[in-house]
Design a protein around this ligand. Structure first.
Ligand code: CTP
Length: 446
């Protein structure tokens, strides 16, 4: 009899060993499927601590598996049952009912789960829980709360907002420990902060936190000048503190894959990047106020991220056109054109102006098309002159997508690293430089 079972097997524990023992005793040959990081990501399991190789080694070291395979996609189990001639599928009782569909292919057995132990519990014990404070109590801070529930290893302790009313109503809504209007008080009680306050406050808040050795996840745009971004990253390095710009697109699996496909030469050399992000609903009044408001400061981080990821930060020249009607304090529609040594890029943004929100990456052999809303990349195509070569890519983008950046931030803190390749300091600085220059040098039409 051939038996198969599947799992993540992170931080291999007694519950795993007992399950494998019982599964093995059901037959003569035990196959164990270990899940890949991508598959775990896609099913919302975001904080797995060990790599696939380590987890496979754990299973092998138990001496219970006769064969180890990798599980990497939804629906693979049906394929495996047939491919490996499986007689029995066994899995822990926490999955009772979920795999009844496999009864058409083999016998399905749910084995009692061992009480009192799990990878989740061990991760908590090993790493503790990061105590996080939120600064700001607006729309994005609310979304952050919902999304943080999908990430283990983080606990939102309190909120700091400009008024007592907004802070305490946020605290009550999300059942936090405390609410304050005093930022220094918040810093006393946390290991990390998420800055979702108005743009112009980011620098001051981030600097104060970093100086105290507190990790910072800061909403985009991190700063409105490159010099400020450089200063913050220098300080973070000096203090050995994590500083990450919370540009959600950068952390999403689909966007990362799109960049990798484009940069791996599949469409030839990249010659153009065109990205658009516009909103009809103008959102917060704050976005329309002078100083830090406007379509560039509010939205350009997204298209400029795509440009910087695809072409780098070393452009030769920048031209910006901004529509600032006489009735407005700020730009409502802008286009930033960048000339690179071998490519052209364009970022379009609008508040109260609507255009197609897609992304097109042109190359010497084909192009990549990401339909709107490209910044929540779930799907893209590589297209060629010969349509038989076209290829389609699908990814999962769960919820608002903030869970990906939260998971990365927490895993940096836990792993003792201060930078992630998903959103590098140099990339945040390049984005800040482009936003600053565009706002300064915009050719205005009314
Ligand atoms: N398992 C078990 N007893 C436990 C924990 C896990 O029998 N105490 C079983 C699961 O039911 C599954 C297999 O071990 O059949 C692999 O589970 P996995 O999800 O890798 O382990 P968990 O500890 O449940 O992981 P997590 O806490 O991340 O969900």
């Amino acid at each position: 009899m051939r038996v198969i079972t599947y799992g993540t097997f992170d931080l291999f524990h007694e519950g795993h060993r007992k399950l494998l023992e019982r599964a093995k005793s059901l037959g003569s040959h035990l196959i164990v499927g270990v899940t890949t990081e991508n598959f775990d990501d896609a099913r919302g399991k975001l904080n797995v601590q060990q790599s696939l190789m380590e987890r496979i080694q754990n299973v092998q070291a138990s001496g219970l598996a006769d064969q180890v395979i990798i599980e990497e996609y939804e629906g693979q189990k049906i394929h495996d049952m047939q491919k490996y001639g499986v007689d029995i599928f066994a899995i822990g009782s926490d999955w009772r009912g979920s795999f009844d569909y496999l009864q058409d292919y083999c016998q399905v057995i749910y084995l009692d789960r061992t009480e009192g132990i799990s990878s989740t519990l061990l991760r908590k014990e090993n790493l503790g829980v990061v105590r996080l404070g939120i600064v700001g109590a607006g729309r994005i801070a609310n979304r952050f709360m919902t999304e943080s529930l999908f990430v283990s290893g983080v606990h939102i302790e309190g909120v700091c907002s400009r008024t007592h009313e907004s802070a305490s109503s946020f605290k009550n809504k999300h059942q936090l420990k405390y609410a304050t209007t005093n930022y220094a008080d918040l810093l006393e009680n946390v290991d990390a902060v998420y800055l979702a306050s108005p743009h112009e406050t980011h620098f001051e808040y981030a600097e104060a936190a970093i100086r105290r050795g507190i990790h910072v996840l800061c909403e985009k745009p991190l700063t409105l000048t490159a010099a400020e971004a450089v200063a913050l990253f220098d300080l973070a390095r000096e203090m050995n503190v994590v500083l990450v710009e919370a540009l959600k697109t950068a952390f999403s699996p689909g966007f990362q894959r799109m960049v990798a496909v484009a940069r791996s030469g599949s469409i030839g050399d990249i010659r153009s990047v065109d990205a658009t992000f516009t909103k009809l609903e103008k959102g917060d009044l704050r976005e329309l106020q002078g100083g830090a408001g406007g379509s560039i400061s509010e939205l350009a981080s997204y298209p400029v991220l795509a440009i910087v990821k695809l072409l780098g930060g070393s452009y030769r020249s920048l031209t910006c056109y901004s529509h600032i009607p006489r009735t407005s304090e700020v730009d409502l529609f802008s286009r930033i054109d960048l000339l690179y040594p071998h490519a052209l890029a364009s970022a379009r943004v609008g508040l109260g102006v609507k255009c197609e929100g897609d992304l097109v990456v042109g190359g010497t052999e084909g192009y990549i098309y990401v339909p709107a809303p490209w910044w929540k990349t779930e799907y893209f195509e590589a297209r060629f002159e010969d349509p038989t070569r076209n290829k389609r890519y699908y990814y999962k983008f769960d919820g608002d997508g903030l869970r990906y950046e939260i998971a990365e931030f927490i895993s940096l803190i836990n792993g003792g690293q201060i930078e992630t390749y998903k959103m590098r300091a140099s990339e945040s600085i390049a984005i800040a430089r482009i936003i600053e220059t565009a706002r300064q040098e915009a050719v205005v039409f009314v």
